[in-house]
Design a binder for this molecule. Sequence first.
Ligand code: AMP
Ligand code: ZN
Ligand code: FE
Ligand code: FE
Length: 282
Amino acid sequence: MIDLHMHSTFSDGTMTPTELVERAKDNGVEVMAITDHDNIDGLREGNIVATKLGITFINGIEISANYKNKDIHILGYFINLEDKEFTNWLKKLGEKRYTRTLKILQKLEKVGIKISIDEVKEEVRGNVIGRPHIAKIIIKKGYAFTMNEVFDRYLGDGKVAYIPKIGVDMVEVVERLKSNGAVISLAHPHLISHTDDTVVNIINILVEVGLDGLELYYPSINIKKKNRYLKIMKKKKLLLTGGSDFHGLNRAGVDIGLGDISVEVYKKMLVRKIENNAINSK
Ligand code: AMP
Ligand code: ZN
Ligand code: FE
Ligand code: FE
């Protein structure tokens, strides 16, 4: 059984990479990927512990991108950690998140919620600030009780303190991942807050620049949507990928290994990786 989507304390998860691997082991996972938002800082630690425990570890990442002012998540697998051009670019993504955070804090102040940037920095390990970090402080300060409430009232798409990711073009994300040598999958297409037709459009655009797969094994996807995307996947000769999107205590009801995804999914990704390499070296 495999799980190719989860977050550590290096983004908005509540468990360290070591704890994620140990939990994966307990849950019977054979192949796992840690896919933190916009950074690879937890991967070396994860890899070392996974090797000790006999789990196959894939270097993963989930990069946030924009399309028509909305968020899109793109997964990269088999990331080459030595690629300096790629890691320098990731640093810039961290800086963009920082600027966005300042804007979110300004908007929150306008509705009477005062949070300083230093308070946010204390919540975050590494340099990737996400909305859940800000949400936690809002809860701590007593402005709301739950994460869902914070997103519904303040931080969610279109809400009073919502600022979309700043200027990370989805095509550039795929191109950067491609030149790193990663196998690329569109994360949870059913959660993209555009119409279905726009999502199909997004898939078409990204396939042109090297998208390899769609994440269609995912806890919350319904059969109807899944079947629609499965058809597109087959037509475009894309891979099927999947995972739990475990965030620890930040997302209730989800555990590592949820979905019981077959190891065959991983084998097909490996084949794709080899095919991509062959095309690149031509
Ligand atoms: P960001 O990367 O800063 O845009 O934050 C995105 C993250 O916020 C997602 O990966 C989720 O973990 C979290 N998130 C988004 N919407 C919600 C929601 N409605 N309730 C709880 N968490 C959410
Ligand atoms: Zn997240
Ligand atoms: Fe995501
Ligand atoms: Fe995720």
